[in-house]
Design a protein around this ligand. Structure first.
Ligand code: PLP
Length: 410
């Protein structure tokens, strides 16, 4: 059953804003970050006002209460991803840090010069540059799964990339440019058939569809709180205990140690081994609230609503002369992101003029320059949907694009 869209929108006060004192906000930049419901902001305010104390360190009441909230948040994330154990849930600053952690620590433990990591042509820079940094230091190689002209992964080419030097695969679940939903379970199956673990960049999937790490059987999975209605500055790395146990810590500091002397230090158990320093324990509370929020609406309902919006938007946008939409056109494998270009209108002009109408879209390379180059363009305009967007907002986007087009015709 669908949720009450009107009531849901009321939970996001920012959606009532007026832009340039004239236009109601049409926020279609959710792929970059989502807006926050009251429940998230209020829980964080409440924690700052009434609970605040450093976690895991104090014997006093507030510290214990803050610790309980932080660990309850970890349990909420575990449940949300259906991980086996809360030890497999690491709090990070976001997807970027989660991927960097794996790149650094996995490579240190398991890779040598000449070993290979498989990524894809549709990765966000976070899943390219993290590995390149290790490449510089250790001399590992990056192998790249090409995409088809339709904007899907070339699965045959993927299989052909495996050899005796392949140590890990790191691919995105959903492309932040094309909206392509990659067949993750199949990617995992193939990687495991070659005895290779796989990291899934779920930054653009977790906010839109149910993701079950045990069902997928992925070895690592990363996502960001701020893209799923939670606060900024917090994200998650899921990792199977069997891998995390054998990886060295990422950073040194408080919390991640058992005993320290100048001669020798022993490290704490999971998940703390990877969580040096004071964590953002207020943000973890906010993230847990955000996950509770989407869970109460139902991830399947969110997916159904966003698929309907994406289908409607693609249909309507295709009525515009000169419209080019990138990525697959089948909404079963196209998530709530639409990258487009209209005729010869530069994406920056389109984005800027849409903004003057109160419509927020993204323009540029979307932190995926290799993919943009593969598409043969300099950039695109990107509209990305969230659980609170409406068909009226799609209509406003379509009308806005037509209006911009008219300006260029005169
Ligand atoms: N991966 C993908 C697919 C993304 O879309 C993004 C953000 O746009 C990231 C990684 C990086 O996320 P963050 O900046 O929250 O670390």
């Amino acid at each position: 059953m669908m949720y009450d869209l009107k009531a849901v929108r009321k939970e996001f006060p920012i959606l009532e804003r007026t832009i340039y004192k004239k236009y109601p906000l049409v926020y279609l930049d959710n792929g970059a970050t989502t807006q926050k419901p009251r429940q998230v902001v209020e829980a964080m305010t409440e924690e700052y006002y009434n609970v605040n104390a450093n976690v895991h360190r104090g014997v006093h009441f507030l510290s214990q209460q803050a610790t309980d909230l932080h660990e309850a948040a970890r349990e909420t994330v575990r449940r949300f991803l259906n991980a086996r154990s809360a030890n497999e849930i690491l709090f990070t600053r976001g997807t970027t840090e989660s991927i960097n952690l794996v790149a650094q620590c996995f490579c240190q433990a398991f890779m040598q010069e000449g070993d290979e990591v498989i990524v894809s042509e549709m990765e966000h820079h976070a899943n390219i540059v993290s590995w390149q940094l290790v490449r510089q230091r250790m001399g590992i190689r990056l192998r790249v799964i090409p995409i088809t002209d339709e904007g899907t992964l070339d699965m045959q080419a993927y299989e052909a990339l495996f050899n005796e030097r392949t140590r890990i695969v790191s691919v995105t679940h959903v492309s932040n440019v094309l909206g392509t939903v990659n067949p993750v379970a199949e990617l995992v199956r193939i990687a495991h058939a070659h005895n290779v673990p796989i990291l899934v960049d779920a930054a653009q999937s977790v906010p839109h569809m149910a993701v079950d790490v045990q069902a997928l059987d992925c070895d690592f999975l990363a996502f960001s709180g701020h893209k799923i209605y939670g606060p900024t500055g917090i994200g998650v790395l899921y990792g199977k205990e069997s891998w995390l146990d054998r990886m060295p810590p990422y950073m040194g500091g408080g919390e991640m140690i058992k005993n320290v002397s100048f001669e020798h230090t022993t490290f704490n158990a999971l998940p703390y081994k990877f969580e040096a320093g004071t964590p953002d324990y207020v943000a973890s509370t906010g993230l847990a609230q955000a996950l509770d929020f989407v869970t109460s609406l139902g991830m399947d309902n969110i997916l159904a609503h966003e698929q309907e919006l994406t289908r409607y938007a693609m249909e309507q946008m295709q009525t515009i002369e000169g419209m080019r939409i990138y990525g697959p056109h089948d909404v079963n494998i196209h998530d709530a992101v639409i990258s487009f270009q209209v005729g010869q209108i530069h994406h920056l002009d389109m984005g800027t003029l849409l903004d003057r109408l109160g419509i927020a879209v993204r323009t540029g390379h979307h932190c995926a320059e290799p993919l943009i180059r593969r598409l043969g363009v300099e950039g695109t305009c990107r509209a990305s949907f969230a659980l609170y967007n409406t068909k009226d907002e799609v209509d406003a986007l379509v009308a806005g694009i037509k209006r911009v087009q008219q300006m260029f015709q005169h």
